[in-house]
Structure formats: structure tokens, C-alpha cells
Design a binder for this molecule. Structure first.
Ligand code: FMN
Length: 184
């Protein structure tokens, strides 16, 4: 017998939040995604947790923020992801993800997402001194080769207070659109 499908079940978006100065604005992406008919769960890196208002994020999404691996036997706190947006994506997480390092839950999810064919986009936010490191371009090339779509934001000047007001959270949804059959 065929399983009945739930017609009102929304696709589930993981927003992976790294430890960047703009991370506190993640509520903007959550709002935009919910308005675009996604259910949203947030996965923060352990360092990223310190940059967000966890209670506000959990109230907005209705799900606990995931940051550490669950214990064996514990239920999965989030449904499986239909798509993933890494926003903001730090220099550190981009390089480790591309290298296949899995020492945070966020990286574990990202490293497996490739093999599972989950559409994934990333919005890097870093300064030009970080971006000048040769590993960074190689990491972006490798991620692009894995099918990850990378945001268009340019690195900002170091020690200049960042460019948070120019960080386009909504670009994550624009990039995901064609990947998930929601082209505009
Ligand atoms: C106030 C503050 C702001 C930071 N902003 C950024 C940033 O915008 N981009 C970045 O790549 N690293 C930034 N860092 C450095 C990262 O937090 C650091 O590399 C950290 O290890 C990243 O961890 P994660 O990639 O696991 O989230 C910042 C650090 C601090 C203290």
C-alpha cells in the first residue's frame, strides 16, 4: 500500500550559522525562508552559538538549535534537510568543509550533504586578508565543483568594522531557488 503523503508538509531548510560578526542577523534569513514556505531549523557551530540570540532563534523556528552531536539513542531534534544554506560561512568552516574535516556537527552535516545530494548554498563573510590565503580560493573551487553555490558577497577590508549592512541574507534563497525547482 502506498504511504499517504502529507500535502501541507513544507520542505525543511537547515540554516548553518558560523561564528561571524553578522551571524546575529540570521533572523532575517529565517523570516525570508518562512515567507517562502520553508520550515527552518538552525545548526550553529559551537563558536557560532556565541554570536546569536539562541532563544529568539528557537522561538522563531520552533525547533531547538543544533550545535553538538546527539547521544546515541536520542531522537533526532530536526527533520532531515531538503536544502542547506550556510550563512554566514566563515573562512574556517569553508576551508574545513572543503578539506572534508568533520569536527563540528555543522561540518559533519555539510560533509555528508554532498554524498546525500542535498542542495547546498553558502554565503561567505570574511575579510580580504583571510580571503588572500591561497587555501581559500582552492576551497571555493572545490566546493563549487561539488555543486555548492557560493554567494556573490566580496570580502571586506580587515579591521574596518565589516560590511554587515551589505550582507545579502536573501541571496541564500535566490541561489537555492533553481536548485530546488523554485526558480523565479
Ligand atoms: C567578533 C568576531 C567576529 C568575527 N567575524 C568573522 C567573520 O566575519 N568571518 C570569519 O571568517 N571569521 C570571523 N571571526 C573568526 C571566527 O569566529 C573564528 O575563525 C572561528 O574559529 C570560526 O568558527 P566556526 O567556523 O566553527 O564558526 C570573528 C571572530 C570574532 C571574535
Amino acid at each position: 500500500m502506498t504511504e499517504p503523503t502529507a500535502p501541507d508538509k513544507k520542505p525543511f531548510l537547515y540554516v548553518v550559522v558560523c561564528a561571524s560578526g553578522v551571524a546575529g542577523g540570521v533572523g532575517k534569513l529565517i523570516t525570508a525562508a518562512q515567507e517562502a514556505n520553508w520550515d527552518v531549523g538552525v545548526v550553529a557551530t559551537p563558536q557560532g552559538l556565541g554570536f546569536i540570540d539562541a532563544r529568539a532563534v528557537e522561538a522563531q523556528t520552533g525547533y531547538p538549535i543544533r550545535s553538538a552531536w546527539r547521544s546515541p539513542g536520542d531522537p533526532r531534534p530536526l527533520p532531515p534537510a531538503d536544502a542547506i544554506a550556510v550563512a554566514p560561512a566563515t573562512f574556517n568552516t569553508i576551508n574545513k568543509w572543503a578539506a572534508g574535516i568533520s569536527d563540528t556537527l555543522a561540518l559533519g552535516i555539510l560533509c555528508e550533504a554532498y554524498g546525500m545530494g542535498i542542495p547546498t548554498v553558502a554565503l561567505p563573510y570574511l575579510n580580504s586578508a583571510q580571503a588572500a590565503h591561497p587555501a581559500y580560493r582552492q576551497s571555493l573551487d572545490r566546493l563549487r565543483g561539488m555543486g555548492v553555490l557560493i554567494g556573490s558577497g566580496e570580502p571586506h577590508r580587515p579591521k574596518a568594522g565589516g560590511a554587515a549592512e551589505r550582507f545579502r541574507w536573501e541571496e541564500a534563497l535566490e541561489l537555492l531557488g533553481p536548485l530546488v525547482g523554485r526558480g523565479r
